[in-house]
Each structure stands twice: as C-alpha cells, then as structure tokens.
Design a protein around this ligand. Structure first.
Ligand code: ADP
Ligand code: MG
Length: 605
C-alpha cells in the first residue's frame, strides 16, 4: 500500500470528489441504464429506445421522446445536486418522480464520456453537449427531434479500479436486459425497445397490454399456459399472470412482483405466491408469475432509497392471506388440469397455422434476433420513425394473437360428480368426459390424494374413526424404530391406529384408519415408522405432511382393478377434497383434452 508522506489535510478537487461520489450512484452499466431510463420516464416519454454494446461497458445510448432540456439548463443538469424535480426538502413528501436527488447525470459524467442531444417542443433547434470526465468539451446547436438522447461511452475509463470489478460483457448485458424487461412491464404504456450489439432483443407495444408485453419480452416457453387472475377489494387490487401447475420452472427467476407500479422484492409476496402452489407442483419446481399488486399507499412503507427495491407491508398477515386466498381459488379450479398436447394428424397446406409453426416463429424472433443496420441507428438526428423495423412489430403481433388464446380464463366451476364415466384403461386410468372436455384420471394419484387428505383430517380431529381388526397384528421393529415409534406414538394414534408397545421392540395394532383395507393400513404404518426420526414431530405440520404424503404413495397399490362402483366411490371421495387436481407430490390427478383439440386433430376446425 502506498503511504502518503505528508499528512496535511487538503480539499479534494471537484473532479476527484465527483468520482468518489459517483461510485454510490453508478457502480456498473446497469445502474447507468437505470438512472437514464428513470430520467426519461420522469420526462414524460412514451417511447424509450435503449442500445448497448459490450454489456454497456463501451456504449450505452438512451433515446426518449420526453420533454427535453432547455438550452440554458443543459449544463446545469450535469451539476451535482441539480434537479428540476424538487425545490426544497418539504417537496420530498409529495414526490412523484423516480429521481429527485440530482446526482445521476453528474455521477455518470464524472466517470465516462457523455454526449447529450436534447430538444424541447418549443425550441426550433436542439443542442448537443459533450462531456468527458465531468468537463464540457463541446456545446453546439443541432437539428434533432423533440426529446433527449444520451450516449455514455467508455464507462469508468478514468476509474480503472471500478473497471476491474465489472463482469464479462454477457453478464453485464444480462443485468441490463433483466432490468429493462422489468421496467417495461411496470410501464406498459411506454414503448420500450432494447438493442444489444446491433440486434433488437425485444420491443414492447406501449399500448398498456401487459400480457402482450410478457409475450414480447419472455420466451413463449414462459408466456404460454398462464392463467390470468384478478381480484379487487377495498384495500388491494391484484392482477396476475401465473403459471398453471403444469408449467413450472427450475428456479424462481420468473417470479416478478410489482407493487403500485414498481418492481419490488418482497419476502411476503414471494412466500404467498409460492405457498399458493403447495402440493400442486413437485418439490424443486417453481411457478412463473407476473404479479401486479395495487395497495392503498398507507398500508406500505416504501424505502425510497433509489437502489433498494424493498417494501414493507404494514399488515403483512392480511396481505398474505388475501394473496394466498385469491391464488388458491384460481389454481384449485379446472384450469389446473393440464391439457394433453396435441398436433394435427395431417400435414397442412392451407393457410391455417398450426401450433408448431407459431412456436418456431417466436423462437426465431427471440433467439436469432433481428438484425438492424448499425449505422442507421447510430446516425443523427435520431428519429423514431427511422428506427422502426415494421417487421419485428408485425411478427410480435402475429405471435401475440396466436398465444393470447392460450391464456386461460377461470371459467365456470368444475364438478367431478357431473363427469360422465366411460371406463378404465391399463387398469390405471379412468376415462371420463363432460360437454367440453375428455379427461384421463390417474386412479392412483386420485387415491393417494384422498388417503392423504383423510389422514391429515384425522390428525386434526379429536375423535378419529378407526376400524378394529378381527385379529390384531403384531409388528416387530428394530431398536431405533421402536424408540422413534414410542416418541411419536400420539401421531400414529392420531391417524387412526390403535397401537401399543408389546415388549421387545414389538407393537400390537388392534385397529387401523377406517378408510383403508388391511394391506394399505399395514403398508402405510410401516412407511410412517420408517420415516420417523428420534425427535417428536407431533406439532411440525410440514414434516408430518411430508411423511404422510410419502407413505400414501407406497400404500396405494399399482394396477388395482376398480369396478364401476369403486370408481364412482373414488370420484365421490375425490370431489370432497380440498385439492383434487394433484397428488400430494404435485403430480396431476387429471389431464384433459378439449373438444376443440379433438376436432383440431381430426381437422374439423
Ligand atoms: P434527478 O433525476 O434526480 O433530478 P439527474 O441527475 O438524473 O437528477 O437529472 C438532472 C436533471 O436533468 C433532471 O432533474 C431533469 O430536469 C434533467 N433530465 C435528465 N434526463 C432528462 C431527460 N431524459 N429528459 C428531460 N430532462 C432530463
Ligand atoms: Mg434522475
């Protein structure tokens, strides 16, 4: 480390002070992009084009059609603590802009080369200003459209220490893409376009249609099979596009929350959303969700620090209950039944597009991206018209209308008992239909679900109904199993077993839960015992659910032939379940084929 020889105190030069201060606002390309886009939004723009190169390290350009900056003010905009958004501290109370600290432009200009071209509506000519490392090096009039273009090049060229900490281009680009994806969803009335290394990554319509934006920004893989849920109370308004249980992902990456129009992170929302899928999806899979919550402002504390994206609900439990209730109601309906994927049986030569072509289209659009001529884009004056590539818009439109149909609306209630039972196949699947759909019902998954809910019910009930065995059974356990059984004997009794120690690690069972036959009763008990550890788990709901879920699976035998009466009985039980659509492990109980799908296969529609 370099040690200064003389320890005199000196005032830092403005440029050094600015460089240091800049670090707080601008630490990587995405923070530049964020600040500039927020300025464009504050300036009332309804069209914002972002172009980046090399992850934003070498080049960032943001063009908007907002208010523009007055000739007299341009230089001031780059001064520290220079803002048009507040005048005095009291104004902070009423702030309705994204920025107000007046630091962003000064910070960015201190650590890069900046060029700004801006024009207000009332001025004939625009102005172009060049700044390097905080110093103005050129200022002149120029012809340009209304609005502002800011180009930031060679970020951190004069702060090598910061440059070293940047990630690879692709990683920096990803952060920017992610940020713009989210902000363009939050501001669906603004048309966003993102260009990366000369290629358009996506472009949103700006017509306020959120679902259309989801389709434009995210791959069809993510945007298809979403359910639209909306609900409004006096305090909350929830509008969400969430995945059906059959469309899950390996991570939570596509769970995006907006509160009162802002992209935020919130443990409460995360928990409420994911808990709504409890038992509907397998462990280790996560639903997709684009969730927009409006809440009366005095119910939340927003941390207005510009880089923090966290909010706090004043009444967390209330918010959580509301969200879980709405999502659960939406998910535990027939929209949760996965549709059997179909293709037309015959090759087409008509103009009707099949589903597969639509998929190819969007993939092509998103993966190979559209080439736009670099030079045109970089040329001045910038005009929105010149940059329109009609093609990409048209393409998005086609894709959108193709997928729009696939957003399921929650329709009329679905009554299992109204199904028309047609028989079984492979001794495992029940066939059934109603006016709109044909269903396959996995007999074992159904049975598992019924057993599971009945057992959990039994546990929650004081007086459990049991069935006495004519001949009691004795089970012999290992020393540790016997110990664990002793520890958790109340749990086993709660399920409906009459069980007592019988000496020498043996137990005698005189009664089993009423809904099982002897074989199931024994298999379940053995499995429960095997899963027990030497801690008492009577009050650990999660653990108990896991153990019982696993045990049910084993207890339900494969290839059990059911006769008509048994099928009826099983469906009747299933219809009384809280969640009849999946087994306790998140596998589906039903799959369906709509009448429309069948007709498509036979080329009738
Ligand atoms: P803040 O946004 O906190 O006011 P900034 O440093 O980001 O501070 O911007 C300084 C000022 O420059 C803003 O208050 C605004 O008046 C002006 N400005 C910045 N960007 C734009 C833009 N794209 N369009 C119009 N005015 C802008
Ligand atoms: Mg700002």
């Amino acid at each position: 480390m370099k040690v200064l020889e003389n320890k005199r105190i000196v005032k830092l030069s403005t440029s050094t002070a600015n460089k240091i201060a800049a670090g707080e606002v601008v630490d990587r390309p995405v923070s530049v992009v964020k600040e500039l886009i927020e300025n464009s939004i504050d300036a009332g723009a309804d069209s914002i084009i972002v172009e980046i190169e090399q992850g934003g390290k070498s080049y960032i350009r943001i063009t908007d059609n907002g208010s523009g900056i007055l000739y007299e003010d341009v230089e001031n905009a780059f001064e520290r603590h220079a803002t048009s958004k507040i005048r005095e501290a009291e104004d902070l109370q009423y702030i309705n802009t994204l920025g107000f600290r007046g630091e962003a432009l000064a910070s960015i200009a201190a650590v890069s080369r900046v060029e700004i071209i801006t024009k207000t509506k009332n001025n004939k000519a625009g102005i172009k200003l060049k700044i390097a490392g905080g110093t103005v090096i050129e200022k002149k009039e120029t012809g340009c459209p209304d609005g502002t273009t800011i180009i930031v090049s060679e970020l951190f060229y004069n702060v090598p220490a910061r440059l070293k900490f940047l990630k690879q281009d692709a990683a920096e680009a990803n952060l920017i893409i992610d940020f713009i994806s989210k902000i363009s969803l939050a501001y669906s009335n603004i048309k966003f376009r993102l260009i990366n290394n000369g290629k358009i990554l996506f472009s949103t319509s700006g017509d306020g249609n959120v679902y259309k934006n989801i389709v434009s920004i995210y791959k069809q893989e993510i945007a298809h099979d979403l359910i639209h849920i909306s609900e409004e109370t006096e305090i909350y308004k929830l509008d969400a596009y969430i995945s059906t249980p059959s469309n899950t992902r390996p991570s939570k990456k596509h769970q995006i929350f907006f509160v009162n129009g802002r992209y935020i992170k919130s443990a409460v929302l995360d928990r409420s959303f994911n808990n709504s899928y409890h038992e509907l999806i397998p462990d280790g899979r996560y639903p997709v969700g684009f969730i927009f919550l409006q809440i009366v402002p005095d119910r939340i504390d927003v941390n207005i620090h510009p880089n923090k994206r966290e909010i706090k609900f004043r009444e967390e439990k209330d918010a959580e209950d509301f969200i879980v209730r709405v999502f659960k109601a939406g998910l535990r309906s027939s929209v949760s039944i996965p549709t059997i994927k179909t293709k037309r049986l015959f090759k087409e030569n008509e103009n009707v597009k099949s589903e597969t072509t639509e998929q190819v289209n969007i993939n092509k659009l998103l993966e190979t991206k559209q080439d736009v001529s670099h030079d045109i884009i970089k040329e001045y004056p910038v005009s929105f018209k010149a940059q329109e590539t009609v093609n990409i818009e048209k393409q998005s439109e086609i894709i959108f209308s193709a997928i729009e149909e696939s957003v399921e609306k929650i329709e009329k209630p679905f009554y299992i008992m109204d199904l028309n039972i047609l028989g079984t196949i492979f001794s495992t699947y029940i066939l059934a239909s109603d006016a709109e759909c044909f269903y396959l019902i996995d007999q074992h998954a159904a049975h598992e679900r019924v057993l599971y809910e009945q057992l959990l019910d039994a546990l929650n009930n004081e007086d459990v109904i049991t069935q006495r065995l004519l001949t009691p059974m004795v089970i012999q356990l290992s020393y540790s199993e016997a110990h664990n059984t002793e520890m958790n004997i109340e749990l086993i009794r709660g399920l409906g077993y009459e069980i007592e120690a019988f000496g020498n690690n043996a137990f005698i069972i005189k009664a089993i839960p009423y809904m099982m036959d002897f074989g199931e009763g024994r298999a379940l008990l053995e499995d429960v015992i095997e899963s027990l550890t030497d801690e008492q788990i009577f009050s650990d709901k999660n653990k108990i659910e896991k153990i019982i879920g696993r045990a049910c699976k084993k207890a339900v035998k494969a290839n059990d032939h059911l006769d008509e009466k048994e099928i009826k009985h099983l469906l009747e039980l299933l219809s009384q379940m809280k969640n009849p659509f999946s087994c306790p492990h998140g596998r589906p109980v039903f799959v369906k084929l709509t009448k429309y799908d069948v007709e498509r296969m036979f080329k009738r529609v």
